[in-house]
Design a binder for this molecule. Structure first.
Ligand SMILES: Cc1ncc(C[n+]2csc(CCOP(=O)(O)OP(=O)(O)O)c2C)c(N)n1
Ligand SMILES: [Mg+2]
Length: 765
């Protein structure tokens, strides 16, 4: 007959942090095993393991630091001194992964990485894990990781790139970084970390199911399957639960143990005695074989998902107590006491000492300044050094390399007759490859085929596989790779084949790449130029997904730069500036290519060749935010007549530019107006001051926006006009409809056309 033990009142305590704290103290106090004698600890504390007494003691210290940071956060959160309570309790075994890797192995970490960090902090002298963490918990402006922008696990000297809280979103870039480490050698690029580095990437069991995680596992295996190296250690910290949803029993093992080309290892993260050797084996495997490796690390979760998670409200007390009994700190205490490394009193003293240090650090952090101004908050978001960018964009000191790239002095593109957009983009890409030996271009079909529209033709032949290559068909991974290459100091130019297919991978730019400078206080940068072919009006290839005109998803990404050229010379000069923005200020930039203009040669009449342009020599670039102004319907640009009012000013971009110029000619003829057409060229950020200044000299305004009615670029233009004080000027918008684009001729019903522009002008008479 089983006897049901009554649950002691203390264990019913709602505050599980207090319970866990008390459990540890009671466990140690009531220890009745062998007492410590000085020097009793043998070198090998853990028989059969390489974990020496020193290894163990330091790991245990890291575990205790992590635990006391958690306990401190629970207490001081309610006093508004710290602002984050997602903890690491139960996951402290991840300290082993830190100990067995190097501080130069780039790490992308799960949010339960307190012990990993405490351990990695040992690898460099002069760093203080407790104070640095406390500053981050306190959102202090002196937080060395993020400057007070978020509680992140991050460190510049320790190669821990801070992560946002979107689960699994860091896996693609972790794999990308691993691939980049190996690829650097092939292009002769000097890495910022040792050549035999590996990448550490940790996440939870529930997160392992996420599409973004699966995409990285698949791409890792796809890489290894082709015998290409990808030294990434995926560490799945399996605590059996995600907030309140239990992971099916043994699911992680079942799902990953025999995946082809993703090598599986298990380690017990609850027990340093057995876990150390197991982790060591996995780390050794990835370091020596350079194969993607999945380390299934057993953990548990105590004290709930976060301080706001009152588990006792949705789980039985018996279950909670059973989980708390697996606390890895109890196991570490047992090992320490058994091995004679501590006497109970000395262990308790050490435990209390860490508590005191964590609280003292947090109190001190609370006295340090926090972010006080909007300018301070935003400072690292979008650094911009216009003079340096302009100088870099126009730097042309690589003449021999460009002569080689183009196949001879007489083949230089500026010496050729005027050409169309696709050719000039192609030329500009060749130029960038010559200018920056660390440039890589990749995406779907970009290599031998030269892209769906031949825009990248010849690059693969000229620069070979190591720099121009096809990826697997996965936009999330294309952008993850880009971040990886950028992390390793290269200049990635990923291609997204169609704008519609950016949207399914948008988070890699929105949540990840564009946020890195912000959340690392500009200590980490992942510069890139993302080429996206898009917009409507294609006659050759119809339907919505080849004619997606939604720029909305790009417009509100903080810090992003988006340029959209309408003609070949602008494209070349814009690309130089985008690359310079990436190189100088670390910016994430997008080059939005209007597909329907790729091959366009004529402006007014068939055969007039007025949309062909000469290739600008390499010392010409286009400042960020500078528009092109067309006075009158004529093709040639003229300097702006700033103080001379125009009867009509048309603000537009992309396909809207040649359309508006044609419409302007009709309007001039029909209404006798003087028309100024403005190609904005830079869509994000919009140059609001310039727009307002142009509006100031307009009698009437049209905004021709081929994007959608809702949230399109035109909304930003009108806002700039109105906020600039020019809302009284008669204004119309000619804009796409809020619909998907249909196939064939019906597409032109939803997109604004030349006749619509003329008709809108007539209404302003
Ligand atoms: C993409 C995304 N969806 C949902 C969330 C909200 N969320 C935060 S943590 C979490 C559970 C994660 O569980 P697991 O991966 O097992 O990690 P654990 O917290 O257990 O360590 C969820 C759903 C999120 N952060 N990101
Ligand atoms: Mg979990």
């Amino acid at each position: 007959m089983s006897v049901v033990q009554p649950i002691p009142a203390r264990h019913k305590n709602v505050n599980r942090a207090e319970v866990c704290d008390q459990n540890f103290k009671e466990f140690v106090q009531s220890w009745r095993g062998r007492a410590a004698t000085a020097g009793a600890a043998s070198a090998a504390v853990l028989p059969g393991s390489r974990c020496s007494a020193q290894d163990f003691l330091e790991l245990f210290d890291s575990q205790l630091i992590s635990r006391h940071l958690d306990l401190m956060a629970r207490v001081l959160r309610v006093r508004n001194k710290v602002f984050y309570t997602i903890g690491s309790s139960g996951h402290e075994g991840n300290a082993m992964v830190a100990r067995l890797t190097r501080h130069t192995d780039p790490a992308f970490l799960h949010y339960r990485s307190g012990a990993f960090m405490a351990e990695r902090f040992r690898k460099l002298p002069g760093l203080d894990p407790i104070m640095d963490s406390a500053l981050s918990f306190a959102a202090s402006a002196e937080d060395p990781a993020s400057g007070g922008r978020h509680k992140v696990w991050g460190s510049k000297p320790l190669w821990v790139l801070p992560q946002t809280s979107t689960i699994a979103s860091h896996l693609p870039k972790a794999l990308g970084t691993a691939v980049a480490i190996e690829q650097a050698r092939r292009i002769g690029h000097a890495l910022p970390v040792p050549d035999d580095s590996i990448v550490v990437c940790s996440f939870g069991d529930a997160s392992s199911n996420h599409a973004t995680a699966q995409t990285a596992f698949n791409a890792a295996a796809w890489t290894a399957y082709q015998k290409l190296p990808a030294p990434v250690l995926f560490v799945c910290e399996d605590n059996g639960i995600g907030i309140s949803v239990k992971t099916p029993n043994d699911w992680v093992r079942a799902n990953f143990e025999s995946r082809r080309d993703l090598d599986y290892f298990f380690a017990d993260g609850l027990d340093l005695a057995s876990g150390y050797e197991q982790v060591a084996r996995a780390v050794h495997h990835v370091r020596t074989t350079r194969r993607p490796t999945f380390l299934h690390l057993r953990t548990t979760r105590i004290m709930g998902h976060a301080g706001t998670d009152f588990e006792i409200e949705w789980r039985s007390i018996e279950e909670l107590m059973a989980v708390e009994a697996t606390d890895p700190l109890l196991r570490s205490a047992a090992i320490a006491l058994e091995a004679g490394l501590y006497a109970p009193e000395s262990l308790l003293a050490r435990y209390e000492d860490f508590r005191q240090r964590c609280f003292a650090a947090a109190e001190e952090a609370d006295r340090r300044p926090r972010l006080q101004t909007l300018a301070a908050v935003m400072a690292p978001l979008a650094p911009f050094s216009p003079d340096k960018v302009a100088a870099e964009a126009a730097r042309a000191d690589y003449a021999p390399r460009r002569v080689a790239a183009f196949g001879g002095e007489d083949k230089l593109p500026e010496k050729q007759p005027p050409r169309h957009l696709a050719i000039q983009i192609n030329n500009a890409l060749h130029d960038l490859f010559a200018k920056y030996p660390e440039t890589l271009l990749f995406g779907e079909d970009v290599a031998q085929k030269g892209g769906v529209y031949t825009v990248t033709k010849g690059l693969h032949k000229a620069f070979r596989n190591a720099r121009v290559f096809n990826t697997l068909l996965d936009e999330t991974m294309i952008l993850g790779l880009a971040q990886g290459y950028a992390n390793m100091g290269m200049l990635p130019i990923p291609e997204i084949q169609y704008l519609a297919y950016f949207h399914n991978a948008c988070d890699q730019i929105r949540g990840e790449a564009a946020s890195l400078q912000f959340f690392s206080n500009d200590q980490y940068r992942n510069p890139m130029v993302v080429r996206i072919a898009g917009l409507g009006y294609q006659r050759g290839f119809g339907g919505h997904f080849h004619n997606d005109n939604s720029i909305t998803a790009l417009r509100d990404i903080p810090g992003l730069v988006v340029g959209c050229p309408s003609r070949g010379d602008d494209a070349a000069m814009m690309l130089r500036t985008l690359a310079a923005l990436a190189k100088v200020d670390g910016r994430v930039t997008v080059f939005l290519e209007p597909i329907a203009l790729y091959m366009g040669k004529d402006l007014y009449e068939a055969g007039d060749g007025q949309w062909l342009t000469s290739y600008p020599p390499p010392e010409q670039a286009m400042p960020l935010g500078e528009a092109r102004i067309y006075e009158g319907a004529a093709h040639a640009a003229q300097p702006p007549a700033a103080d001379q009012p125009s009867d009509l000013v048309i603000f537009t971009y992309g396909n809207g530019v040649p359309m508006s110029l044609r419409a302007a000619r009709t309007i001039e003829q029909e209404l006798g107006w003087r028309v100024r057409t403005i190609d904005l060229r830079w869509l994000v950020p919009l140059n609001e001051a310039f727009i307002a200044a142009q509006a100031a000299t307009a009698r009437r305004i049209l905004v021709v926006d081929e994007g959608r009615h809702a949230a399109g670029v035109g909304e930003g233009v009108i806002t700039a006009i109105v906020e600039g004080g020019h809302g009284a000027i008669p204004l119309r918008r000619v804009v796409g409809a809020d619909t998907y684009t249909p196939l064939a001729g019906a597409a032109f019903l939803v997109l604004p056309g030349e006749a619509d522009i003329v008709a809108a002008a007539r209404t302003l008479r």
